[in-house]
Design a protein around this ligand. Sequence first.
Ligand code: GDP
Length: 462
Amino acid sequence: MNNNETIAAIATGLSESGISIIRVSGPDAFSIADKIFKCSDNKKVSEYESHTIHYGFIRENNEIIDEVILSVMRSPRSYTTEDTVEINCHGGLLITKKVLEAVIRNGARLALPGEFTKRAFLNGRIDLTRAEAIMDVISADNELALKASVKHLRGDIFEKILNLRNEIIHETAYIESALDDPEHISLDGYSDTLKEKINSILCELIKMEESALDGQIIKDGILTVIVGKPNAGKSSFLNMLIGREKAIVTDIAGTTRDALEQHVRIGDLSLNLVDTAGIRSAKDEVEKIGVEKSKEYLKEADLVLFIVDSSIKLDKNDLDIIDLIKDKNVIILFNKSDLSSVIEEKDVTDKFKDLDNLRVLKISAKEKTGIEQFCDLIKEFILDQSISSNNELLITNERHREKIHEAIESLNLVMDSINKNMPEDFMTIDLMSAYASLGEIIGEEISEDLADEIFSKFCMGK
Ligand code: GDP
């Protein structure tokens, strides 16, 4: 990437709106703006003070393209740390495109996805965890995911990783110095100190790695499979959650033939809901496909919602379903609680082995009762309590989890070497590998290819 080039892109969404913003960053940002922006004060953009905004027109060849507001941010006080102008034009698709084209014709190049943020990173304004958090903040679709991303944006992961790296480098430097100068620096008894230090670093890293499971669930949504025999009320329940009549609700058994996935926000969390075709002995081919699909989804599921029709007796269909789900996290929803119940909770829960993985709730999909309790239950059931109370640092990025895992493996090797009384220089090799893995998280040690890959996933104009 050549930072001498000036880049431009539409920074707002590509739909008709009140305004659109075209961002221009790089050494020629002001001179390009000078060529096309005319303000009644007749001043040049390059003469404006930083962080000022100006009303005027975008013109080319004496033709007015749009009436705009232009903001000026001088290097290094901008998102990219480069000279930047942002043109607020009218938000029509055609007009926005015309303003962008004028900027490009006058010397800018169209920015690649994420290129502004990549420049902010390469120019040292933000580390890689903050750069990645920017995208996560933009794409967060529930409160917990947003809170976690904002923490990362604030630099919580960066600080934590930086501290752990400092501890590692401190020990490495001590060993290296002792090896270089054994007369003055002694390693006698040092292995106990090192063991203690590595243990404490390992504890921190393991805690972070474990948080990634919740992190992923929060970021990507809880894969939730709804099961229940035909007519138990699966579609009605799904509709109650979605609040729209999307799934077809009907009295005819087995109407919902195809597995159907819906992304639903429940309180602070997102669920990826899969309504199954009804797991029972399939008589025709189409239904068989549905049953197979349901089983596949069940294998992957983070959570199973087992809808039981509490107004009729349990039958073989219910028992077959219980057989398939008894090892999963299951919430049994006793539906049709508006009707008189003919089954007890115990009749169903007794059939499960592990009650820790089981929760029970009475609902009525018809009367729309039990939804609030359902939201609370999911949060309590699925997330570690420290996470839902939001005190812990949460790893939501798979790349970070992989690097933390690598660092843990290297530090385990250091522990092995200590336990086997190996020479200290063995330990420094693994200490440095852990140091490097953690460095990759914050972007201290990453290749150009990896940076390209990370930023290519960003949206246009960011
Ligand atoms: P599915 O086959 O499991 O998807 O079941 P549906 O959602 O299609 O519901 C089957 C029938 O049960 C429909 O007539 C619904 O109106 C009815 N039903 C669903 N939930 C309730 C409920 O909570 N109470 C009562 N009384 N009827 C319900």
